[in-house]
Design a protein around this ligand. Structure first.
Ligand SMILES: Nc1nc2c(ncn2[C@@H]2O[C@H](COP(=O)(O)OP(=O)(O)OP(=O)(O)O)[C@@H](O)[C@H]2O)c(=O)[nH]1
Ligand SMILES: [Mg+2]
Length: 370
């Protein structure tokens, strides 16, 4: 039986794994799921005998615990859900799957206004590690990849040309520098947003940081030239306040105060990069997430409108980079931004997720087909 299953898995391009809602999640299911996960092949998890979604909804969700993706309820006997299942299967056919060998090395893009010290930071990070493997040309002339080995880990730093303010004469130049920054950010796992301590944080910095935030990248705010300013015991506090005010859309990002000139705290950047990468790829088990959500709901009642109250059925993490969650509710309209934010805070309280944004998708289960 086990051998036959293995042969079927080995020879298939896409696997449909059928479980029985009436039996529930049994040991044999978990064993097959383990084999499927090891195969790394696309799997469509199908839950059969779901004649009524209302009756079996919770039992269907239970199969998320197999850790092989979203369960698709069907009823073979009454021909329900078959079309959706087939859509899912065909979505895995070769023309849809992304090709290309994976480069596992962490990539770190360094972005910021001109002259904030981006290249100096890379030079210092590289210099003290003395292992410049090579300088390879980036995708554009001005984005340079530098490979560095630090504590046995290889990192790729992507330098970019400083992003200037809009200026009529240099409009064309500006356009290209934005494209280069966006390209560098898109290739990166973590983005260092460099700010010049001598200038303070500006709206232009916020625009640049926004490029990384919108793409769900890991972010570290690096205040450089910390050597160049007069300081007292309030300075860090004042900088922090101003940065949090102007970059208010990324409260999750850590702030580091460094100097590329003296090397102050620069090597600590590596530790922070490692933490942010770990958080970007952190996966939280479905059971734990649902416990957190249940507790949060008990502590603060979900909003209601015109006598109808928001009900939260289920939460599960569906992706990483950035960590992405799906919440199933009775009515999307009732799921206000502020309540999603409240749940996000509860999840962050439990797991931190320092340095990374979290994404939430709200999905509706209509009252009638529960
Ligand atoms: N005092 C001080 N000066 C610095 C520091 N880092 C960089 N600089 C100086 O700032 C200037 C610009 O540094 P770069 O590293 O070229 O800046 P950049 O961000 O790469 O600039 P673009 O490539 O033009 O966008 C140079 O004169 C550096 O010596 C620092 O930590 N302290
Ligand atoms: Mg430079």
């Amino acid at each position: 039986m086990r051998e036959q299953a293995q042969i079927a898995i080995d020879t298939a391009d896409v696997i449909i794994f059928i479980v029985d809602v009436k039996q529930g999640l049994v040991d044999a299911d978990s064993k097959v799921a383990d084999m499927l996960r090891r195969s790394r092949k696309p799997v469509v998890l199908v839950v059969n005998k779901v004649d009524s979604f209302q009756k079996y909804m919770m039992d269907v969700y239970e199969f998320y615990n197999l850790g092989i993706g979203e369960p698709h309820p069907i009823s073979a006997a009454s021909m329900l859900g078959i079309g959706d299942m087939l859509d899912e299967v065909t979505s895995y056919f070769p023309e849809h799957t992304a090709e290309g060998e994976e480069d596992e090395r962490p990539r770190i893009a360094i972005v910021g206004k001109p002259n904030v010290g981006k290249s100096s930071i890379i030079n210092k990070l590289v210099g003290e590690n003395r292992v410049i493997v090579s300088d390879i040309a980036g995708t554009t002339r001005d984005a340079i990849d530098t490979e560095v080995v630090h504590n046995g880990t290889e990192y790729v730093f992507i330098d970019t040309a400083g992003l200037r303010k809009k200026n009529k004469i240099k409009e064309e130049l500006e356009r290209f520098s934005i494209i280069r920054t966006v390209t560098a950010v898109e290739r990166a796992d973590v983005v260092l947003v460099v700010i010049d301590a001598a200038e303070g944080v500006t709206e232009q910095d916020a625009k640049i940081a926004g490029i990384a935030h919108e793409r769900g990248k890991g972010v570290i705010i690096v205040v450089n030239k910390w050597d160049a300013i007069e300081k007292n015991d309030k300075t860090i506090y004042e900088y922090e306040n101003e940065i949090r005010r102007i970059l208010s859309f990324m409260p999750y990002a850590e702030i580091m105060y460094v100097s590329a000139k003296t090397g102050q705290r620069l090597m600590k950047l590596y530790d922070m990069i490692d933490i942010v990468i770990a958080n970007q790829t952190l996966r939280v088990a479905t059971g734990v997430l649902n416990e957190i959500m249940a507790e949060a709901v008990a502590m603060q009642q979900p909003p209601s409108d015109k006598g109808k109250r928001l009900k939260l059925y289920y939460i599960t993490q569906v992706a990483v980079k950035p960590p992405t969650f799906v919440i199933f509710v009775n009515d999307k309209e009732l799921m206000h931004f502020s309540y999603t934010r409240y749940l996000e805070n509860k999840i962050r309280e439990a797991f931190g997720f320092k340095g990374t944004s979290l994404k939430f998708f709200i999905r509706e289960r209509k009252e009638k087909d529960q």
